[in-house]
Design a protein around this ligand. Structure first.
Ligand code: ADP
Ligand code: ASP
Ligand code: MG
Length: 401
């Protein structure tokens, strides 16, 4: 007998038929003699709809109240799925994030899990029940509800799998596994049988939303056996593992991220300490800075240009404008019509020429590159947003067709 954590995303639980489909998958797994913990997301577009409802009231909501609101979506799913399980004769109980013992830090809307007190889950499993847990949510030290950031149910699932030492964590979604690119954008994308944690972490961080990047980080840290598979087709999915034989496949995937904005601070004095002053302001606000460019000093001044997540652009602009006298820039400009396109593959460490193949593909499609960044296993370029899908296809053709 094994302990299996199964997570189902929003599309997989979107309506009555899909809920019963999920209930059958779960019941079959239990009937094969396994203990099953299920993690579910909010149905369909519920989370987006809740965000929209809040926006109708205020553009500056309390983050605590946002979490109170957003957490309701998952609570609907756990109750409905548990009822569906009951209907097909599978004993089950639903638990909210706090009932399931998810303790987080205090950062509302993007909290991090501190620890899981899993006694309640274990007790319910011992009663021979399937335990259906609300993903994406937890509780902080003030007993306030927190949420884990968009796509956070993946993280909930992997965290439970780690805490319970589960034999397998399956992320069921609306595609058959991890592909060489988003199959909705690239028709020729291929499903991968296996991918390394490091490659998956890069792909997820660079915009492949099929897995949330925190979930991959946790799976790597705790050695969770992770599989991405379809809730609609009963076919083998993609295993995410520590090491795989990379022979033969130089590049594992192409990713696109449109949640990106460029911030330019013009006319910053070219003296020591300016980068520190600017980026410590970003760090204090928990804003993730990604690609950084610095123009060479001209008459003792330089421009600092960097990317931030699009949804943090306005906060970043505000804090920089408020503090501009501290680092002496003349102007802060923002740009939101950009996208980041990346290639990922552990194989590039030992193969030169990946960058030139990528740049050639972009050149042949007449796409201009604004910024470039590289690490051992990825190359990213920043381009105009309207060219992003064309770029992903051109790069995919160059490496993976
Ligand atoms: P869920 O609601 O199940 O969490 P998501 O919408 O978060 O599902 O993630 C699944 C989606 O991720 C797919 O529908 C697909 O369009 C997208 N996606 C992006 N990149 C990839 C990739 N490389 N492989 C598979 N899916 C991808
Ligand atoms: N419902 C949340 C979201 O839409 C969490 C998740 O689906 O993983 O982001
Ligand atoms: Mg998701």
């Amino acid at each position: 007998m094994a302990l299996i954590v199964q997570k189902f995303g929003g599309t997989s639980v979107a309506n009555r038929d899909r809920l019963f489909n999920v209930a059958r998958i779960v019941a079959n797994t239990r009937n094969e003699g396994n203990d099953v913990v299920v993690v579910v997301s909010a149905q369909g577009d519920t989370t987006d709809d809740l965000l929209q409802k809040a926006a109708e009231i205020t553009h500056n909501p309390s983050q605590r109240e946002m979490d109170m609101l957003l957490s309701t979506g998952e609570q609907i799913s756990i109750a409905l799925l548990t009822m569906a399980l009951g209907e097909i004769g599978c004993p089950a109980i639903s638990l909210t994030g706090w009932q399931a013992g998810f303790h987080t830090d205090r950062t509302h809307t993007k909290a991090r899990i501190r620890r899981i007190e899993a006694e309640r889950i274990s007790n319910e499993l011992a009663k021979n029940r399937v335990v259906v847990v609300a993903g994406f949510q937890g509780i902080n030290r003030q007993d306030d509800i927190t949420t884990l950031g968009r796509g956070g149910s993946d993280t909930s699932a992997v965290a439970i799998a780690a805490a319970l030492h589960a034999d397998l964590c399956q992320i069921f979604t609306d595609v058959d596994g991890v592909y060489t690119a988003d199959p909705r954008v690239v028709k020729k994308a291929r499903k991968l049988d296996v991918i390394t944690f490091d490659e998956m972490l890069e792909l997820a961080s660079l915009g492949a939303q099929v897995l949330n990047n925190r979930s991959v980080e946790l799976a790597k840290k705790y050695g969770v056996n992770l599989e991405v598979c379809s809730s609609m087709n009963n076919v083998p999915g993609t295993m995410v593992k520590e090491v795989v034989d990379v022979e033969g496949m130089l590049i594992k995937g192409v990713a696109k991220d449109v949640n990106v904005a460029v911030i330019s601070i013009l006319g910053v004095p070219d003296v020591p300490g300016m980068s520190f002053k600017v980026f410590s302001l970003m760090a204090q606000r928990n804003i993730n800075v990604d690609i950084i460019l610095q123009s060479s000093g001209d008459d003792g001044y330089k421009d600092l240009i960097f990317t931030v997540p699009l949804d943090e652009m306005e906060v970043a602009r505000k804090v920089l404008e408020e503090n501009i006298s501290r680092f002496g820039g003349s102007k802060v400009e923002v740009q939101d019509d950009v996208a980041k396109v990346s290639v990922v593959g552990a194989g590039m460490q030992s193969h030169p020429g990946v960058a030139s193949t990528m740049f050639e593909a972009l050149y042949e499609s007449n796409i201009n590159i604004h910024m470039i960044s590289t690490s051992e296993i990825k190359i990213s370029v920043l381009i105009d947003k309207k060219e992003a899908d064309k770029a992903v296809n051109a790069i995919h053709d160059a490496f993976l067709a």
